[in-house]
Design a protein around this ligand. Sequence first.
Ligand SMILES: [Zn+2]
Ligand SMILES: [Zn+2]
Length: 441
Amino acid sequence: MIVRFWGTRGSLAKPGPTTLRYGGNTSCVEARSADGTLIVLDCGTGAHGLGHRLTTEGAPRCDGHLMITHTHWDHIQGFPFFSPAFVKGNTAAIYGPEGSRGSLQDVLAGQMEFTYFPVALNQLPAAITYHDLTEGDYTIDGVRVATQFLNHPAMTIGYRVEADGVVVVYLVDHEPFSDQLWRASAAPGSIESILHEGDRRHASFMAGADLVIHDAQYTPQEYQSRKTWGHSAYDYVVQVAAAAGVRRLALTHHDPTHDDHFIAELEREARALAQRCGTGLDVFCAYEGCEIVLEGGLPRGATATKPSRQASVAQRTFHVLVVDDQPDMVTLIVRALESDHYTVSTATSGQAALRSIGERMPDIVVLDYKMNGMDGLEVMKTLRAGDLTRLLPVLMLTAMSDEPSTRAGFDAGVTDYVTKPFSIPQLTARVRACLARAQLQ
Ligand SMILES: [Zn+2]
Ligand SMILES: [Zn+2]
């Protein structure tokens, strides 16, 4: 498989003399399997260069699979300038996460409305199909593709692509689930010793990969003031990739304020950290024009033998019960969930929550940890002891990110554990991810 980077910048295109080395175009990566299958990971402004190359130097006909992580601008803005879409006879299958405020097709059409662009999406001559994806395993043109939700203030999926006996994993945009990566009681460095189940699942998703392409927009110092923005610092990425036995790690989604010198220094620090991890992980900062040839080895990765599985959450209305003893917080969460077309009910105490669940079973509970009287943990224990509520998805909200609290939450059976302060888009994305996972079980 050949991997080429056409856009490595995060958030905003940043061309100019200070970004010549690493590039100014936003996210776009080409992955080409030995039989010529074309996979395009994200369609930021880098897709313009890729499209130009395909139409001027490629085969007369172009068939591609465009896998979009999410529909923030820096991941779709190049699509209206992707020239193969303007050629009759070409085909493009576009994939992206379902559960945003519209279908993938609607969102892509939105950025091509007349106000913004002269050609409408449905006027493009190429035959385009749209595929809203959830978390699961897919086979696309003989390529095994697994998807997993990332932690970002929008529905965002990472892709694990397996072809020619190699595994490439693409993980932008994402930030750590927990401030603390390792459990204090375990020796750091293995997937099992990761504290938060979200971070552990993230590590497992990239396990054994030949190449991981990961968001590393920040330094650890910068990340402190940019939490909940949905991006990672390199130290998290390097440690997780090392624990997951990844061979090569490409750091990408470079911050628009980082010039070439800054990124080179970030790369030096990331390499030093990887060396200290001692797993032989090869780390570099991705740059525009970078081309990597991955040679097929033994088939690896647990997903290779998994059957296809998908569960859609787009087709029906879900009922969410929000439990919190702080009225302001309840109002904020309810407003956000109702904008996402959920049916929402509320309870302001643990007892009231259990009563409400007894009367009408919700599809998911958003549960505050610390409440007067019966707290969230006690509610959890009651729910997990009941036959009907044993598997009910529960997303716990808490201001406590310390290890004993996090472990107590997961030990009590929470589906996900979200630390305050969180952003509302981040919370609604986590609700959607929990619902999709619950459908799979
Ligand atoms: Zn981005
Ligand atoms: Zn984003």
